[in-house]
Each structure stands twice: as C-alpha cells, then as structure tokens.
Design a protein around this ligand. Structure first.
Ligand code: ATP
Ligand code: MN
Length: 479
C-alpha cells in the first residue's frame, strides 16, 4: 500500500474525492450500533462518520469507547445518511490510546458549564469549547492583523513591574524571599532591598505607562499580554489573570482614540463572522437552546449572529458622562429604586447595572461615554478646561458593560505633577514616566481592551471563566 498522510476532518468533510483512500486520526465522540464511529480531530466542530463492517476484529471494536484515540484508513464514500455528504468505509483500524469508558467524565450528552469548569483539562473535547477557543484564536489573530495593517509596533511590556503607583487594581507580589524567614530592616519591616530585584515587585496590572514611553518615539504601538489583578471580585466579568490589548498613539486626541477603538472592535468582529462561520452558528444555536428555558419576555431580541452583524455595522453612540447621568437620574429603575446603587448626584461612579441600562435598555447600541469626573478616573488622564472632568472614554457593550477603558493622556508636565500630588502618587518613583513630559512631550491617547470580555461578547458565553483555557480567579488555579 502506498504511504498515505493523515487528512484532517475539516478537509475531508468538504471533499468530493469519492473512492480515494484516506487516513484519519482523532478521538471517538460516539460509537453507535457497533457500526458507526463519529470521529473528531479538533480541526472542526463537526465529526466525520466512519462505518465499520464485519472485516474489523471484534475485540478491537469492544475497545472502541467514547474518548479513545484512533487511527483509521478507509475509502471516502458519498454518504446516504442525512446531515453529512461524506463518510469513510473503514479498511483498517488502530487504537492509539484506550479510554476508560466507565471513568471518562464526558459522556455523549449535554454537560453544564459549571461541571465542565471543574474538568477544565478535558472540556476542550466538547463542541462548545472547541468553538469558543477557535473564536478566541481568530480574534487574537485579527487584532494583530488590524494593528499590523496600520503600521503599529507590537510592544512587549514587562510582566514583572516595580511600579505600584498605577492604582488600576490590587497587585500580586513577586518575590524570591524566604517567607518563613524574610530579611528585616531595622524597624522590623521586610527588607525588599535583599529581594531578587533589590526592590518590591509585582505582576503588572497594565502595560500602559511603558507603552506611552515607546509611543513617544515609535509613534503607534500596542501591547497584547497577560495582566493581573488581585481584586477579590467574584463576578462573571473579572479574572485575576486576563489578557489586555493596549494601543497608544502619539498625536491622537480623544476623538481619534474613540475612532480607533470603534474601528478595532468592528474589524475583529467582522473577521470572526467571516472566518468562524461554523463555530458561531453552533454557538448561536447553543444560546437559542438556553433561551428556551427563559420566560418569553426575558429572551434576547437578536440571536448571536444578528447581534454581531448589528454591532459591526452601526455607529456607536457617543455621549458625555454628564449627559449619561441625566438619563440615568430620570430612568425608571432609578425612580422606582430598582438600581442597587441609586444615581443621585453628578460625580457618582457608574456601576455595571447603570452601564448595562444605557446600552441594553436606553440606546440599544454600544455606547462610548466620555469626559468623566476627574475624581473617579486615573491621574494620567488629560484635564478639561472645566477643571472638573477628564478626557476619558469607556466603551460599554450589551451583556458586558465596560469592554474598553481609555483616555487622552495629560501631556502637560505641570498639570500632571499637580494631579499626582493631589492623588498621593509618588512622583520620584515615576520619574521615568514624567521624563516623557520633559523631553518632547506631545498630545497622545490610548486605551485598554479586555480580551476575554471581547471573547465573551463574540461567543455569547456568559461567564468569563468559560472563554479562557485555564481561568485564574479567587480560590481557582487548579489546572
Ligand atoms: P471594571 O470596572 O469592569 O473592573 P476597570 O475599570 O478596572 O474595569 P480598566 O482598568 O480600565 O478596567 O481596564 C481596561 C479593560 O480591561 C476593561 O475595560 C476591561 O475590558 C478589562 N478588565 C479590567 N479588569 C478586568 C478583570 N479583572 N478581568 C477581565 N478583564 C478586565
Ligand atoms: Mn476593575
């Protein structure tokens, strides 16, 4: 027999080369009536059917259980069954790895996402997670493509950082000191001068400050890397370890910044629609099934595909924080005291319930909110002439709330230093950041896009722990 190479299931399912011999390797999804094997090799969420007859050894067939890894050779034939165009008439069958049918946790039935989270090492083998991680890949690729096409430089900012002045969130400490017996200073504190880096270090909460340094020379940069926050928020939208995309652009103002973010989001959603048709179709149907459990009036108005097309083809609403507060103050849930946090005064920080009201009930479109009160935003945002607000922008998405947070940066040294003093941020530690404002400072702007929140939106999944392979969250770091 001539030597054959393995053909992927995805390719075979689109093939019409009936009569040719092929090799398929994959895992058994189901084995029915001692005759039909559904094989999946990960290349597509769809399985290929292989048909065995009495020429195949019976003892071998007994070992053919769900989850087993197999290699078959056979003839590609036109299928008479419904649902598939091709199948394989098996000539030889080899079991590469048995699977203990009794103990294999994944049975050919629907498992809850909660259960699958407990077996995250095996959940890749389900259609749902195959689809989710294919879409995640496509979005990551599209992000790089978007920036590459526009001449941005992909900048790798450090994961270990000594600047804890950012205030974006609680940090995880990085140390090689002996916990049971750390060196002490004279006044009894742990002496980080003797630690690995000679100072106290943490895992980064954002690459922005370093990104700004590079943007002040390279012009247009973006980061795309892991980010860590030790905030104890056990929500469906927060992870302790997540990935963030942070572009930073010299000479951009807030308006340019909003345009860039809106273009990026539309571009990557369109890319997913074009390249993940099977996966999104599957995820759409999965959601429709879930919706059936809900009462009629709580069901989504659009299915997943309609929602993605809608967002990628309509302009986002842009309005100021001040306008949003007026809308929220006069909203029914505020008047009827349905919000957990009632909106009474200008200056209130917006909670996710408010953000979602604006997006899902009031505008029914993604919303970009701008010009927030300076007291609820970071020190590096450019101050407006009113002395009260800063050039911030948050993008709010249906079902998610905040997906992007960004701003035009304060490029004026005196304003920046004054603001840092007001907010008790040590200027000495950040001398390197302030240097950008001393040597050729220029207007610039950037934002952070939470990658998992984007994947949540595009896949229609509802818990952020289901869109990252191995979630890190409070009390969760098993795999
Ligand atoms: P939130 O108010 O939702 O906690 P944030 O204001 O702390 O977000 P930023 O510091 O502006 O968020 O971070 C930029 C983006 O990173 C956010 O818009 C969001 O998409 C994402 N993000 C922030 N914190 C987390 C987290 N813990 N897990 C996953 N994504 C996050
Ligand atoms: Mn946060």
């Amino acid at each position: 027999m001539e030597t054959l190479k393995r053909t992927k299931v995805k390719e075979l399912l689109n093939s019409t080369a009936y009569g040719t011999d092929v090799i398929v390797k994959g895992w058994v999804r189901t084995f029915r009536n001692d005759k039909f094997i559904a094989i999946n090799d990960g290349s597509t969420i769809n399985n290929i059917q292989a048909v065995v007859d009495s020429t195949i050894d019976e003892t071998l067939l007994k070992r053919l259980t769900t989850g087993a890894a197999i290699s078959i050779t056979g003839e590609l034939i036109e299928s008479i069954g419904k649902g598939q165009k091709v199948e394989i008439q098996v000539k030889t069958l080899e079991i590469l790895g048995d699977s203990d049918a009794e103990k294999f946790p994944l049975q050919p039935k629907k498992h809850s996402l909660e259960f699958l989270r407990e077996i995250a090492h095996l959940r890749f083998r389900t259609n749902t997670f195959n689809a989710v991680f294919k879409v995640r890949h496509a979005l990551a690729f599209a992000i790089h493509q978007f920036f590459n096409e526009r001449g941005f430089v992909y900048l790798h900012t450090p994961i270990i950082t000594a600047s804890d002045a950012e205030g974006a969130g609680e940090m995880f400490r990085v140390t090689s000191l002996d916990f049971d017996n750390p060196p002490r200073t004279e006044d009894g504190k742990v002496d980080f001068k003797q630690d690995f880096f000679g100072k106290s270090t943490n895992l980064t909460v954002s690459g922005q400050l370093e990104g700004e340094l590079a943007a002040m020379a390279l012009g247009e940069i973006y980061t795309f890397g892991p980010t860590f926050r030790a905030e104890n928020s056990n929500t469906t939208r927060h992870l302790a370890e997540f990935w963030m995309i942070e572009p930073e652009v010299a000479f951009n103002d807030l308006n340019d910044n909003m345009n860039l973010a809106e273009d990026l989001l539309k571009y990557v959603i369109t890319y997913a629609l074009e390249t993940c048709e099977d996966e999104l179709e599957f995820l759409k149907n999965r959601l429709l099934e879930e919706e059936k459990q809900k009462p009629q009036d709580e069901r989504a108005e659009m299915d997943l595909l309609a929602k993605l097309h809608f967002v990628s083809s309509n302009d986002f609403i842009r309005l100021s924080y001040t306008e949003a507060i007026e809308i929220l103050k006069n909203s029914t849930p505020n008047k009827k005291k349905k919000f957990k946090y009632l909106i009474e005064n200008w200056g209130a920080d917006l909670q996710s319930e408010h953000e979602r009201y604006l997006v899902e009930k009031h505008f029914k479109k993604p919303v970009i909110l701008t010009d927030y009160p300076k007291d609820i935003k970071a020190f590096y945002m450019r101050q407006n002439e009113d002395g009260k607000t800063v050039r911030a922008m948050d993008i709010l998405f249906p079902g998610i709330g905040e997906i992007v947070g960004g701003s035009q940066r304060e490029e004026r040294l005196d304003f920046l230093e004054k603001r840092m003093q007001e907010m008790n941020i040590p200027t000495e530690d950040l001398y390197w950041y302030l240097d950008t404002r001393k040597f050729g400072t220029a207007p610039h702007a950037g934002f952070g896009l939470g990658f998992e929140r984007l994947v949540l939106f595009v896949t229609g999944m509802t818990n952020i722990r289901d869109v990252i392979p191995f979630p890190r969250a409070p009390k969760t770091a098993e795999f």
